[in-house]
Design a protein. Structure first.
Length: 652
């Protein structure tokens, strides 16, 4: 056998050989050379076949790529031509139109693509863009920048064939077109969108303006343009925080214009508002940076003065503020002038306090300034305020005591000293305090002067006294009961209605009402009518504490009270004080002249009774006769009562 390798360069890809089968053969060099040539021939044939296969594969790949490219171009052209956005192709260096789609033709108002291609990019732009730059310069700049960077987006002002301007969103992209580097532009008309944006912007600006106006209305006074009550509250709170931090005080001034009402009444509210605006400007001009002046309403203003080192600075600022409020202002040719009264309080104080309390303090001080003569300022008195708060607390204690039934009535007998007859009793209120024990009227009734609670207390006394009178009647004691009423009670429109309702309960006995003389003289006509109405009910009226008020012949003649009760102070001191004795004698003469019954209070000794009887006064009450006592003790006292013999021996 003879064989040789099939060598493809340096790689053995197989073997080729010849052999002898039936007989032995000795192969020589000729056979070897022939076999080597045949091996080379086989390798070359194989190489050619492989090369042909590779060429066929490359050709197939090229045909496939070409078909894919054709399909891609067809798809691109379909997309290009059918796109709703206007698409244009521009080629450097002259930037002429290469082609465009149907949407671009319609956008710019041309009949077809060929017609549009006759125009240049600059032909389809106004001379200047909205930023003021020339269109040709800006277009060339954007195109060159896109060639360098690959893409760019911007807004552009275009013209259509008829010269109509419209705003477009333009997107430029560098790309290849049939082997040429070009720029594809996507142009979208956003004119309506821009109009909508402008409309929305205007709407937003209008809403912002309305919000600013609402904020101004919410925080500023419409007449004076000063901060109103809401903004004042914010600034006062901020000033208080800053005062705590800086360790400097602030002053709160409450101002009220004096005589401004007459301006409104005489000239009308329009003139008044103009005057307020002028005065507000003048007052604001006197303040320092950081200070605030606000209008609360009407003719009331509040100033917050900050960072005050001491009281002297307040005096200077308030003087300037009041001078500004008293400025002469010209309104519609008229020279008008008012003044102002102010109250001032300070922060911080020795005790915790809030903004509302500070305003109330300044308001109270302002009223004190008005009472003092107006056109001045008054400082808030914390000592007096504490006293008022204490008084209010005591009033609330009285209210609670009335609700909890802590009040009791005691009764002091009234007698005829000459005969020893008990002619009646006076109902006197006491407070059975759970801690302080029995309290006399002087310890709580003064608190209720001119307070509505005094009416409630009088209603209770009237009802209790009449109930007790009826109880005595059942015991065989038809006594006359005197009941004290405050001035506020008898001035109530429904007083007689309430009295009539109570009198319907009276089966026996008589009711007397005691009215303090000074209160009766406050409105003598009204009190006279009430006394007459009481007389029609069978109720007699006594003027209590007579002689301590403004007693005169005129008043005594006009007041139809049936009884005069001489104040105990004159009776008590008449034995030693000639002046009191003279007053007492004068009262007795007046009573006799006007046919009035007289009862003397304050008979403390037998000598007082003797002297009164000598003067012609028989009816009396006092500690020398009996102290006030509980209702259940009265019957026993009446049985045991014996007047001094010196009284019984007195002749008329």
């Amino acid at each position: 056998m003879l064989s040789v390798p099939l060598m493809d360069v340096d790689r053995c890809i197989g073997f080729v050989g010849i052999d002898a089968v039936h007989r032995q053969v000795q192969f020589g060099e000729a056979e070897q050379e022939m076999l080597k040539l045949f091996a080379v021939l086989l390798v070359n044939i194989k190489r050619r076949r492989q090369a042909a296969d590779e060429l066929d594969q490359i050709a197939a790949e090229r045909r496939s790529a070409y078909r894919a490219l054709q399909q891609s171009e067809q798809r691109y052209r379909a997309l290009f031509n059918n796109s709703r956005d206007a698409l244009i192709i521009i080629a450097p260096p002259d930037w002429e139109f290469v082609t465009c789609n149907r949407a671009a033709v319609e956008l710019f108002g041309f009949p077809d693509v060929l017609t549009m291609m006759q125009y240049s990019l600059v032909d389809l732009c106004p001379e200047y863009q909205t930023d003021g730059r020339r269109s040709d310069e800006s277009a060339r700049h954007w195109l060159e920048q896109t060639m360098a960077e690959g893409t760019h987006f911007f807004e552009w002002l275009h013209l259509d064939r008829q010269g109509r301007e419209f705003t477009c969103a333009v997107s430029l992209n560098r790309s290849d077109w049939s082997g040429q580097t070009v720029i594809q532009g996507t142009v979208r008309d956003i004119t309506e969108q821009k109009k909508a944006e402008q409309a929305l912007k205007r709407q937003s600006e209008e809403m912002a303006r309305i919000n600013r106006e609402l904020q101004r209305l919410a925080h500023y006074d419409t007449v004076t343009r000063l901060p109103n009550r809401n903004l004042l509250a914010d600034r006062l709170q901020l000033s208080m925080h800053q005062a705590d931090r800086r360790k400097l005080g602030i002053a709160i001034a409450y101002l009220d214009l004096d005589g401004f009402k007459s301006i409104n009444d005489q000239y009308g509210h329009d003139i008044g508002d103009q005057m307020l605006a002028e005065l507000a400007y003048e007052m604001h001009s006197t303040l320092r940076e950081g200070d605030t002046i606000a209008r609360l309403g009407g003719d009331e203003f509040v100033a917050v003065l900050v960072d005050l080192p001491g009281l002297e600075a307040v005096h200077s600022l308030m003087t300037r503020l009041l001078d500004a409020a008293a400025s002469v202002v010209e309104v519609q040719g008229m020279q008008l002038q008012v003044s102002a009264s102010a109250g001032v309080t300070f922060y911080p104080q020795s005790e915790p306090i809030d903004a509302d309390q500070l305003l109330r303090q300044a308001d109270q001080a302002m009223y004190q300034a008005k009472l003092a003569g107006r056109s001045q300022f008054s400082l808030f008195d914390t000592v007096r305020d504490k006293a008022l708060k204490g008084q209010q607390a005591r009033i609330e204690d009285v209210r609670e005591a009335l609700q909890k039934d802590q009040f009791r009535l005691q009764y002091q007998p009234k007698v005829n000293m000459r005969t020893g007859e008990v002619i009646g009793v006076e109902a006197l209120i006491r407070w059975q305090h759970p801690k302080d024990g029995w309290l006399l009227p002087g310890e709580f009734l003064p608190l209720l002067q001119d307070h509505p609670l005094s009416i409630e207390l009088d209603d209770w006394v009237l009802a209790q006294a009449i109930t007790q009178m009826q109880a005595w009647h059942k015991q065989g004691l038809p006594l006359t009961v005197s009941i004290n009423l405050c001035a506020m009670q008898i001035q109530q429109p429904d007083f007689m209605t309430k009295l009539r309702a109570q009198m319907k309960r009276c089966k026996a006995g008589r009711v007397e009402l005691e009215i303090v003389e000074s209160s009766a003289l406050d409105d003598i006509n009204q009190v006279s009518e009430i006394i007459d109405a009481c007389s029609e009910l069978g109720v007699r009226v006594a003027l209590d504490d007579f002689g301590t008020g403004y007693s005169s012949l005129t008043y005594l003649r006009r007041l139809p009270a049936q009884i005069l009760k001489i104040d105990h102070s004159f009776v008590r001191d008449m034995l030693d004080d000639r002046g009191d004795l003279a007053i007492l004698e004068g009262i007795l003469v007046l009573a006799s002249a006007f046919d009035r019954e007289v009862v003397a209070e304050g008979v403390e000794t037998e000598a007082h009774g003797v002297r009164l009887l000598e003067l012609g006064c028989e009816l009396a009450q006092g500690f020398g006769i009996a102290r006030p006592m509980a209702a259940e003790n009265l019957a026993a006292w009446i049985k045991s009562w014996q007047p001094p013999q010196s009284w019984l021996n007195q002749e008329r």
